[in-house]
Design a protein around this ligand. Sequence first.
Ligand code: GLN
Length: 491
Amino acid sequence: MTDFLTLSLADITAKLKARELSATDVATASLDAAEASQGALNAFTAFDRDKTLAMAKASDERLAKGEGGLIEGAPIAVKDLFAVEGVSTTACSHILDGFKPPYESTVTTKLWEAGGVFLGKTNMDEFAMGSSNETSYYGNVINPWRAKGSDAKLTPGGSSGGSAAAVAADLCFGATGTDTGGSIRQPAAFTGTVGVKATYGRASRWGAVAFASSLDHPGPFAKTVKDAAILMQVMSGHDPKESTSLPLDVPDFIAAASASVKGKRIGVPKEYRMDGMPAEIETLWQQGVDWLKAAGCDIVDVSLPHTKYALPTYYIINPAEASSNLARYDGMRYGLRVEGQDLTETYEKTRGEGFGHEVQRRILMGTYVLSAGYYDAYYLKALKVRRRILEDFDKVFESCDALLTPSTPSGAFELGSKSGDPISMYLNDIFTVTANIAGVPALSVPAGLDASGLPLGLQVITPALDEETMFSVGAALEDAAAFNHKPGKWW
Ligand code: GLN
């Protein structure tokens, strides 16, 4: 019996603590389920059975002594962007072929210190560039959800698609992701899971492959808001090894996930009402407003006037930082090396063969906007607009405690339907990128199904450092939505 795989993180850890199950049983069941799903879902890029079972055994020893951390014995999947010591870590790029870091990222260190058991590395868009998981060198992930009456393969979203699919398919009890423009919240919305990013700097980026450093936010995927709060609690905290890590105590996110929202002022930003937005997204958003009203919140109409500049700003700052971060992959130190006649040709061949198309596009855009003559016109201008977007948030949070918006402009789309069209792919992040630009906390919670039976999410955004309100409003929406749908198991 492996029915326990469908339990939440909070419930499985309670059972483990009560010794109703052993960590070894749970890890074995998770590994078996994850490995068996590979042909159908392709959510993982690496397993290390010995490591997983050794960690589970150590967990069992702690549990037997009545010891153990917050997530003791629970198998957790790790986006392939995070270094896990001795395990292949490639950011799903050919250029990092064979790289096994001799160190552990801070986020995963914290997870293991809290008793988490490493389950495997999850598939993702190459260097986290994408919204559909189709840029991975290891092939796309397939969403465990399918539209009613169709067996067309759908994207789980991206870039953290493997983590989202693994949680949605009950292969693990939580997973790590990174969110640079929406890569946790968008796949969470597409897979009926909860996805969170906290304030910039709450969770350390140390040991996570850098994409766009001023926008990158590590965070969890979970089955419930409470589980997400537990995981975010574990992942957060000051890291002296990371210069942008916040030297602050971490509030009690777990308690916040069951706190009352009575009297909270919820802002509804008018700029998120886009032309051509499907009626069902609009309806769900209104439903969310009604749920929060019924829970005792006050609803206020608010404005974030610079929202329309968010995507263009993001697509200057993001490639600029990415092009500079990715300069280190030159075939000299790690990963792929393709020999040329001389040093320059070796660089060219290695980078030409090692990077996929989307990565090359970002490097070209990034070096262009940073080049002499264009720096002021593009990069500097984008930094100024970024400041305006930040000021929008500062101002709006004078009149409300949290913002409520849809997470995505649609449900999961068919694989291949947007892959030749980068602009329409970039538009996926229209509701999520602003929170990265401003560095404020944001969460996506499953709130309903679209007409074809696919999950849709609502997003809660709060002021910097106020994750507690984000978790309490998220939990209030979760209670009201009572979303208990699951993808029918076909894999
Ligand atoms: N889809 C966005 C991009 O391609 C966001 C990716 C992310 O958050 N990692 O940049």
